[in-house]
Design a protein around this ligand. Structure first.
Ligand code: ATP
Ligand code: MG
Length: 275
């Protein structure tokens, strides 16, 4: 196994979660996810994959406490989430940096809210920015950065608050292949070093396999969990080493098969929930 300190404690749990969105012009109620139950154990990294629109971001938002599910519940450390929780940090699919703040000020936002003294939070921001090769841009503004750089700032901002649970929505989708490799390693090492619990959304199957202990596959909308694959490989903190392991290709092929099934599940979508 990975050697990572995964305990039996359930850090983040979804219990029979259903999410319906109210009708909008000319449309019926939209059921985004239906009857979703799973948990992420303390120190575990789980990836969530599935077709576009199947409700992955919706589940992350529910796990952060920002969105209340229509039915069921999300729990952190056994307690039902009733709103945002200090132990959980969410990195949104869109980076949403504050345009009037510099890069360093954006990274410091969460720790500023937490009340960390200025010298300490400046140091925290500088460390993270240098880990993400952004040190020389700390005084730039978001509009002066590329999409990939903005995403790196958003990831640094999420890690800055040092949460127990990280919810990451396609954290590397806008970065180039080379930077992606660097960031994947940085993230994997950070998660391992600090024993973080993470739920990660990605469309990149090899990324899911190399970064995770487990991968959950969702059906088309209304999204349900249709499969779960445990990644039985060492070195979860070293995605580059994992990528050289021929087992990665086997796992990716299995996930592709599952996604094929997920796409086929379109036929089973009730009429009111289609489109
Ligand atoms: N606030 C909202 N109001 C109405 N419908 C919504 C809302 N948020 C999401 N939806 C709908 O719920 C469904 C699931 O959306 P979600 O963003 O969770 O999908 P996703 O799996 O993250 O997709 P992608 O891979 O494209 O990011 C979509 O049909 C979307 O249009
Ligand atoms: Mg999404």
């Amino acid at each position: 196994m990975s050697g990572s300190p995964i305990s039996d404690v359930r850090r983040l749990e979804y219990r029979n979660v259903t999410m319906r969105f109210a009708p909008t012009r000319g449309r019926d109620v939209l059921t985004a996810v239906r009857g979703v139950s799973f948990s992420v154990r303390d120190g575990e990294v789980v990836s969530l994959i599935g077709p576009s629109g199947c409700g992955k971001s919706t589940l992350l938002s529910i796990g952060s406490g920002l969105t209340a599910p229509s039915e069921g519940e999300a729990c952190v450390d056994g307690a039902r989430l009733e709103g945002p929780n200090a132990e959980v940090a969410l990195m949104l699919q869109k980076d949403l940096l504050l345009p009037w703040r510099t890069v360093a000020e954006n990274v410091m936002l969460g720790v500023e809210i937490q009340g960390m003294p200025l010298p300490e939070r400046k140091q925290r921001a500088q460390e993270l920015l240098s880990n993400f090769n952004l040190a020389e841009f700390s005084n730039h503004y978001p509009h002066q950065l590329s999409g990939g750089m903005r995403q790196r700032v958003a990831l640094a901002r999420t890690l800055a608050v040092d949460p127990h649970v990280l919810l990451l929505d396609e954290p590397f989708s806008a970065v180039d292949a080379q930077t992606r490799i660097v960031l994947q390693r940085e993230l994997a090492q950070t998660l391992q070093r600090a024993g973080k619990t993470a739920l990660l959304i990605t469309h990149d199957l090899a990324e899911a396999v190399t970064l995770s202990d487990r991968v959950l596959v969702m059906s088309r909308r209304p999204g349900t969990i249709i499969d779960e694959i445990t990644i039985d490989m060492p070195q979860r903190d070293n995605p580059i080493a994992r990528r050289h392991d021929p087992k990665v290709n086997d796992y990716v092929a299995r996930l592709m098969d599952r996604l094929d099934i997920a796409h086929a599940s379109l036929d089973q979508v009730p009429a009111g929930d289609a489109a």
